[in-house]
Each structure stands twice: as C-alpha cells, then as structure tokens.
Design a binder for this molecule. Structure first.
Ligand code: DUC
Ligand code: ZN
Ligand code: ZN
Ligand code: ZN
Length: 486
C-alpha cells in the first residue's frame, strides 16, 4: 500500500517548495509533482515537515522520591498529537549501578507502550571500572550519548574528575557527552541559606538556582570536554551566561551544542511568585524559568545558530506529587510539561512573530538534533529513503491549550491559556497515520520502535588550541636548561 501526501508545501531545514510525497511501507519513496498512490493524504494549505524529535524527555522517571506521571504510552501519544514522532528519553542507572541493566530496564518499560519511536541517552552518575566497560556496551546497544548531572548533590551529581574520565571515554567510543550544567555544590548551599531564612515556597527554588551558577558549570563542562577532546551537548540552556559560554566555545572551533527549552523561551520567573502555590510549584524545574532578558538571548541564539535545538525536558509530575514539597521547595519534584505543545508554541511564538523562518523552525525541532545524534537522514529529513516520519502542519488550526483538551496524563498544563496558531493535521510515523486532527484515535501502544544510534565517526572531535598544545609536537622543557626569562 502506497500513500501520497498531496498538495502541500514541503518544508525542510533548507527550503520550502510545492511537492507531493510518496510513501511506500515505512519509507519515503519519492518527492515530486503529481505523484500517484493507493491512498491520498490531503496537505492542501499546509506544510509537510519532518516529524518533530524531542531529544529530552523523562517518561516514568524515578526521581526525587517518586516517579514521573507521564508514561511511555501517554507521552508518545501526546507527542504524536503535537507533531513529534520521536523522543529521546534519559535512562538512569538503577540501584545496582549497571548501565546495561538500566538500558534493558528502559526497553522493558517502553517497548510495550510506545506509540512512536524512541531512543535513549544514558546517565553517568558515578565512575568505576564497570561504568567504563559498560559505556562500550551502551554504544553497542545503540546509545551513543551520555548525560552528566552537575547538580542534584547527593543523588545524581557527578564530580569533575569523574566527568573528565567519562568524557575521555566518550571520545574513545565516538559518543557524545551531555551535561545538566548547574553548580550543584553551590545550589545546595543556597537552598539551605534561603530555607533557613524562612523562604520555603517555590520562589526559593528560583532564588537558589541563579543563572550565574548555570553559566559557571557550563564553562567548566566546556573546559573539561575540550581537555578530553570531545564535543559537548548542553541540555536545557536557560540563560545568557550559558549561551555566552557556548558562543565563545564555538568561536574557538569547538563543537558545543545548546538546547533551550520551549518553556524557557516563553515562560518567565514571575510564575514562581504566583499567589497560588500549586501554580508556582507546577513550574518548578531545574534550571528554573528566567527573566525576559534571558529569553531574548535564547531567541537570538536560535536565530543566529549559536543554539541549535528546542526541547522540553518533559518531566511530568502531578499536582499531588508536587505537593510533597508544600513546606519545603527543595523537595518539590522538579519538572514541567511541553512534549505535546513544543511545536505549536514554537510556531506561534517563533514563526508567527517573525523571529524564526519555517525552515529554522524545522531545523530546531527536528533536523539539527537528528544530525547531532547521528540519525540523520533516517530521521529529521524529507528525502528519498528516509523514514516516513512526517507531519502535515496546518498553520490555520488554532487551539487554546488546556488540560481539558491535551493528551498528556497531567492534571494541569504549564501552557494553559496559550492560543496556538498551528497544529498537526496528520502525524505519520514510519508511514502510518498515528494522528489525524478531529479523529482523536490513539495508535497501537507498542507499535513504536527503539532507534539505535551508531557511534560518531572519529573526525567529530573538538578542535581547540589545547589539543594542538597537547600534541606530540609540544616542546618539552628541560628542567636543567630553562632559558632565561621563563
Ligand atoms: N530537571 C528537571 O526539572 N527535571 C528532571 C531533571 C532535571 O534536570
Ligand atoms: Zn563538587
Ligand atoms: Zn537536567
Ligand atoms: Zn532533563
């Protein structure tokens, strides 16, 4: 059975043109004019874009004494409704610390549930010989990126020497290190300080995680990556300080990538001062929302290309779960939603406002991350031979975001009340229509697949002055013959 997506404007990261797309089985067979097939999908008046890829989700994540409420099933279904056809979820080691077991556990949980495709990043939360060895197993299992938490002291946080060891291992394996950049030691100090001053509500969360602590950690991670000779991906970039660190590194030739979240681009710190405790607590995530100036910096980064990817860090905890921190902001489970809303909100606040072109929108929601994670052009592209993960994106459907009409399991939505100006008319995952506007029928859980991501070619390494200095050409000082003046 072949399908033709008919009459739309194909919009990729580099251009927009009128064409039909012929799909045979799971793949794109042909792109051209007047194509014929067994079935037709109407794309008249709409854009035909590569399915969104959200590279940052925490579905059913065990975290802060509870488990994220969004399941693999509800999460991937909500994603499909919103035009996202692949998520990359963060895999955390269990009590035994084993990476291999953790990946298998993620497969066990996700495989029967996922409505569309998935990949994983593996978190490195400590360092020993087993971790060193099992990082190779992870790469062989199709996980080519490793996340390091510089915050969450006493839980997930990793020390600099451990991070350096892990980054060097990434360089050897052709894997990509990622960091959650916040100075966890100082966050813990500031949390205690504000709590002791009697600031127990969600505003204490914002006060204790200032942008300076994020920028410091970003700079530190960049230095460690550069010293290890490996590229670096900085997740959830929230502020100018981190953006500045990334710009500086890139200008020196280093491959450092930055990922602002849709929440950071559109919601600000005033949310934490809302009189309604539930409202504020539902928005507690790390890093926290920032001021308008920081938002401007993130938009500028997307425009100029110094920031490449818009993600969500979708970590959905119910109001009930958030209330565990009623008397102490430090134990409010950290996380907020966005998986279903990411494309529509970015379109509305980015494209409709003239900040981004439709092509830049596609790059930031799909193509750039497919390249960074080494799954391009299987994903993130509309080219012959690619997976037919395609969204018929309708810039005429408007919607007011509300928990009453969303597909997430959550009892609230941090974007509640946003009027979005585009929606997915059809979402296709490997050639199957998994969402059609107005029909609201959920695809078969378990139809999604794990997408293995191969190791990077060795050329993809950092290119810094430090590496040159450290090359065999480096002049060794003779301690017995130190020239005058040194
Ligand atoms: N930040 C969050 O807000 N939630 C999950 C993990 C993280 O780093
Ligand atoms: Zn430390
Ligand atoms: Zn994080
Ligand atoms: Zn996260």
């Amino acid at each position: 059975m072949s399908k033709v997506i008919k009459g739309g404007m194909v919009c990729t990261a580099d251009r927009t043109w009128k064409a039909d797309v012929l799909i045979e089985g799971e793949k794109i067979k042909q792109i051209g004019e007047d194509l014929k097939g067994d079935e037709y999908i109407d794309a008249e008046g709409a854009y035909v874009i590569p399915g969104g890829i959200d590279p940052h989700t925490h579905l059913e994540m065990p975290f802060m004494g509870t488990t994220a409420a969004e399941t693999f099933e509800s999460g991937t279904w909500a994603a499909a409704v919103g035009g996202t056809t692949m998520v990359v979820d963060f895999c955390l080691p269990g009590a035994d610390g084993s990476i291999k077991n953790a990946i298998n556990e993620w497969h066990r949980k996700s495989a029967p549930q996922i409505c569309s495709d998935i990949g994983y990043h593996m978190a490195i939360t400590g360092w020993d010989e087993t971790v060193f060895n099992e990082m190779k197993d992870a790469v062989d299992m199709g996980v080519n990126s490793f996340k390091h938490f510089m915050a969450y002291k006493g839980a997930l946080m990793i020390e600099d020497d451990e991070m350096f060891a892990s980054f060097k291992r990434c360089a050897e394996l052709g894997a990509l290190p990622m960091v959650h950049a916040e100075n966890g030691d100082l966050v813990a100090e500031l949390q205690q300080k504000y709590f002791d001053q009697g600031i127990t509500g969600p505003e204490g969360h914002a006060y204790s995680r200032p942008p300076e602590l994020e920028g410091e950690a970003a700079n530190r991670a960049i230095t460690i990556a550069d010293t290890a000779g490996v590229p670096l991906y900085i997740v959830h970039v929230s502020c100018e300080q981190t953006h500045e660190a990334i710009r500086r590194a890139r200008q020196k030739g280093m491959r450092v990538y930055g990922e602002p979240l849709i929440q950071f681009l559109t919601l600000d710190e005033s949310e934490y001062f809302n009189k309604d405790w539930d409202h504020a607590a539902r928005r507690v995530m790390s890093p926290p929302f920032r001021s308008k100036d920081h938002q401007d910096s993130l938009w500028a980064g997307l425009q100029a290309g110094s920031l490449q990817v818009v993600a969500t860090d979708h970590a959905a905890f119910s109001t009930e779960q958030k209330r565990a921190g009623r008397d102490d902001f430090r134990i409010i489970p950290n996380g907020s939603n966005g998986l279903e809303e990411r494309l529509a909100v970015l379109w509305t606040e980015g494209v409709e406002t003239g900040r981004l072109t439709p092509n830049e929108f596609v790059a930031a929601t799909s193509t750039n991350i497919a390249k960074i994670l080494n799954i391009y052009p299987q994903k993130g592209a509309i080219v012959e031979g690619a997976d037919a993960d395609i969204v018929v994106w309708d810039p005429k459907i408007t919607k007011t975001i509300s928990p009453a009409n969303h597909h997430s399991i959550l009892d609230y939505n941090v974007f509640e009340g946003f009027e979005v100006k585009a929606q997915s008319r059809y979402t296709l995952s490997r050639g199957e229509v998994i969402w059609a506007w107005g029909q609201n029928s959920q695809p078969q859980p378990g139809r999604g697949r794990f997408v293995p991501r191969p190791a990077f070619p060795s050329a993809n390494v950092a290119l810094s002055k430090w590496k040159e200095l450290n090359s065999p050409k480096m002049i060794k000082r003779d301690p017995l013959n130190i020239p005058a003046g040194i």
